[in-house]
Design a protein around this ligand. Structure first.
Ligand SMILES: Nc1nc2c(c(=O)[nH]1)N[C@H]1C(S)=C(S)[C@@H](COP(=O)(O)O)O[C@H]1N2
Ligand SMILES: [Mo]
Length: 487
């Protein structure tokens, strides 16, 4: 069920130019959608005001205004991915209520008194003049009536939305015990230093990035996965069939391509899910297929290299996150996770469809918008503490953070002060090369203002590049630096 406002917002998001989306994510972060919705709300209010004013001059023109608006909302709703005729209901109900309200208010506001002309006197000039009088009491009463109507309409819409809700479905999921457990976290994986990002990100703290204005509501009963395209046998699975497959449990760090140097769009969780490779081997991928397109219930797509998801790494169809069924906003009931690939080319939430194809034949959601078709995660060291522009007392100060280069691993992190010699940080333990790695360097801090910089070396021996790059088109690069004061 798509509210017209949400549908208009969705169309706005999908057709917004890249620079605008970048701007929104950078400046509003996870609040970007609230800002968009507020903007639509204000536009709506102004439009309603204008329609209201016009209606006093010409009710017909006012009604046309409402109808035009309803048509726009309905058009947006029906053209959303996965839309059906029911998506028109909110627009149509809203439109009817709007027209009724308009007529009621205009009638009430201008009580029209006419004295009928006697039947035998047919000339127009003989009619008594029409007297319009502003009737405040009637206007207020009708206004209250309209408000009640609007609230009732909103309430009905909410009920409809709730019925589609999946909280109950999620609460009923029992995650199976994994056939292959995660590597136990070695002692010292989490240094637990003040200000340092914990090794495992709690579900509630996990960053969220997606194009969905309302979180797709997919219950386990409704869930179906289709594996098709360049395969020997098309597969269709329901949720129970998926859960009956052997599960693996893995710690994997997910990173967003939109993350700025030093940014927070990275998180690490213990996922439980079905190995993607087994499923694809069962389907029998044709040798000519090089792109796996994963599609979500709301039509969003990601394209991952077949060679990467098949190379033996723990590419998963995840159903669990840190011991819980996937949170709805993180893709319930099933999402994809591929260690080493940015989320936009791999981490499809609300996954319902896997299509084997080629990069020539299909561009996925962000690739259509000129982001790079290949999205390997770039090596990055982030300084978590001390905080930028903070003041610390002189003496030994822990400079600490996390570094990531998923599926290549982190072999070294170095820190330097004011452009001086690089100092080797101490690395925390890690279970695998698919997670970020905490690091700390004890800094003998002297008074003054200092610039701290960090860089990592990945498991292949490649040193993180100093070359600054924006997130667009394939991820930010450069060394993270913070300026701090010591007194
Ligand atoms: N359906 C869907 N899945 C999606 C996205 C999206 O917009 N829609 N965004 C992707 C991007 S860009 C990232 S970085 C990850 C973020 O996952 P998270 O919100 O669970 O942190 O989800 C990916 N999966
Ligand atoms: Mo992302």
């Amino acid at each position: 069920m798509a509210s017209p406002v949400i549908a208009v917002g969705g169309v706005a998001i999908d057709s917004a130019p890249v620079w605008l989306k970048e701007f929104a994510i950078r400046n509003f972060g996870t609040n970007d959608k609230s800002v968009l919705l507020s903007g639509i709300g204000v536009t709506l209010a102004v439009y309603a005001l204008v329609v209201g004013l016009v209606s006093y001059r010409s009710l017909r023109a006012g009604i046309s205004g409402v109808v035009l608006f309803v048509a726009l909302g309905a058009a947006a709703a029906i053209t959303r991915p996965g839309a059906s005729a029911v998506n028109l209901v909110p627009s149509l109900v809203g439109g009817l209520v709007g027209v009724a309200a308009l007529v009621l208010l205009v009638r009430a506001g201008t009580r029209t008194r006419t004295r009928p002309a006697p039947a035998d006197r047919a000339t127009p000039t003989s009619a008594e003049p029409v007297v319009n009088r502003w009737d405040r009491r009637a206007f207020l009463a009708s206004g209250a009536g309209v408000a009640v109507l609007a609230l009732a309409g909103g309430g009905i819409a909410k009920l409809l939305a709730r019925r589609a809700g999946v909280e109950d479905s999620r609460a009923a999921v029992r995650l199976p015990a994994p056939a292959s457990k995660a590597t136990p976290l070695p002692a010292g994986t989490d240094l637990r230093l003040p200000g340092l990002t914990p090794f495992t990100t709690a579900n509630a703290d996990f960053y969220r990035v997606d194009t969905a204005l309302i979180v797709p509501q997919v219950s386990t009963a409704d869930w179906q996965l289709r594996v098709h395209g360049m395969v020997d046998h098309e597969l269709n699975l329901d949720f129970d069939q998926l859960l009956r497959r052997p599960m693996v449990e893995r710690d994997i760090t997910l990173t967003c391509v939109s993350n700025e140097v030093g940014g927070r769009y990275a998180g690490s969780a213990r996922w439980i899910g079905v190995p993607l490779r087994d499923l694809l081997e069962e389907a029998g991928v044709h040798s000519g297929s090089n792109q796996l397109v994963s599609r979500s219930a709301d039509g969003w797509t990601a394209g991952s290299p077949v060679s990467v998801v098949m190379d033996g790494r723990d590419a998963l169809l995840a159903v669990g996150m840190n011991g819980q069924p996937l949170p709805i906003e993180h893709g319930f009931p099933v999402r994809m996770i591929v260690p080493g690939l940015y989320g936009y080319v791999s981490a499809t939430k609300w996954l319902v469809d896997l299509e084997l194809t080629t990069f020539d034949a299909f561009d996925s959601y962000w690739t259509q918008r000129k982001w790079a078709p290949n999205g390997p995660i770039k090596t990055m060291a982030r300084i978590d503490t001390p905080k930028p522009l903070s003041t610390s007392a002189k003496g030994t100060l822990a400079v600490a953070g996390v570094a990531w280069a998923q599926h290549r691993g982190i072999d070294k992190v170095e820190v330097r002060v004011d452009g001086g010699p690089w100092q080797q940080a101490t690395l925390a333990a890690v279970p695998t090369k698919d997670t970020w790695r905490q690091w700390v360097w004890e800094w003998p801090a002297t008074s003054g203002r200092h610039t701290l910089e960090a860089r990592a070396t990945d498991g292949t021996g490649a040193v993180q590049t100093e070359q600054r790059a924006d997130p667009f088109p394939n991820g930010a690069s450069g060394w993270h630096s913070v300026v701090v004061s010591v007194s």
